[in-house]
Design a protein around this ligand. Structure first.
Ligand SMILES: Nc1nc2c(c(=O)[nH]1)N[C@@H](CN(C=O)c1ccc(C(=O)N[C@@H](CCC(=O)O)C(=O)O)cc1)CN2
Ligand SMILES: NCC(=O)N[C@@H]1O[C@H](COP(=O)([O-])[O-])[C@@H](O)[C@H]1O
Length: 190
């Protein structure tokens, strides 16, 4: 059984989508969700599906390595960042090399890096009058949005689209593709 752990900071629609996708599989389980936000809606979603959660603060994450200790006890095969808004620190990266992936709501390398998350990405895409945007799933390294790209797919931006319209198009792509990308990472040989 492949063990998947998710980090999320907000609504958690991607986390829920992954939990549902793997819910009745006998070879993959989303065993735990961690968040830095005690008010994150992802916590309610996990409660509904009986998925255990951990809420942590900056000290646990960076100073006392409590999050690393939790991850070691969980022993995940894959760590998935799904709307997680803090930088994964060196200690976790070193402990789980090539085992951490992230979903980003743009066609990297464009519109990535510090400050580029959620609506800020869509606003920048709009501001620059892009005709296409999309999603990228990539491995996580010490920088934001800089790791090896695993998957990308795109959608088109219509002239009347606003930031919310783009967010909806991105959401559709994420719901459709992310679980299958996670599965392909877990089982690279099919
Ligand atoms: N080591 C890594 N950690 C994380 C990565 C990564 O690629 N390497 N990806 C991010 C997710 N992400 C984009 O996909 C991202 C999230 C947040 C930010 C950002 O600028 N955050 C702010 C803090 C925001 C807040 O606390 O509300 C900041 O760092 O000042 C950029 C990119 C997850 N972790
Ligand atoms: N740079 C990271 C970033 O912007 N991630 C984005 O946050 C959203 C989380 O939605 P969710 O909480 O409903 O899954 C998703 O669109 C994800 O691509």
């Amino acid at each position: 059984m492949k063990r998947v752990v998710i980090f999320a900071s907000g609504s958690g629609t991607n986390a829920e989508n992954l939990i549902k996708f793997f819910h009745n599989r006998d070879n993959v389980s989303v065993i735990h969700v961690l968040t830095n936000n005690p008010r994150a809606k992802v916590l309610q979603r996990c409660l509904r599906f009986g998925v255990n959660t951990t809420v942590f603060n900056k000290e646990d994450f960076i100073e006392n390595h409590k999050v690393l200790k939790v991850l070691k006890s969980l022993n995940p095969d894959l760590i998935v960042l799904a709307g997680f808004l803090w930088k994964i620190p060196e200690d976790i990266l070193k402990k789980f090399p090539n085992k951490i992936i992230n979903i980003h709501p743009s066609l990297l390398p464009k519109y990535g890096g510090k400050g580029m998350y959620g609506k800020y990405v869509h606003e920048a895409v709009l501001r620059n009058k892009e005709v296409r945007t999309g999603i990228t799933v990539h491995y996580v390294n010490e920088n934001y949005d800089d790791g090896a790209i695993i998957f990308q797919t795109h959608c088109y931006i219509d002239s009347l689209d606003n930031e919310e319209d783009i967010a909806k198009k991105i959401h559709v792509l994420e719901m459709e593709h992310f679980p299958k990308v996670v599965e392909s990472v877990l089982f690279p040989n099919g």
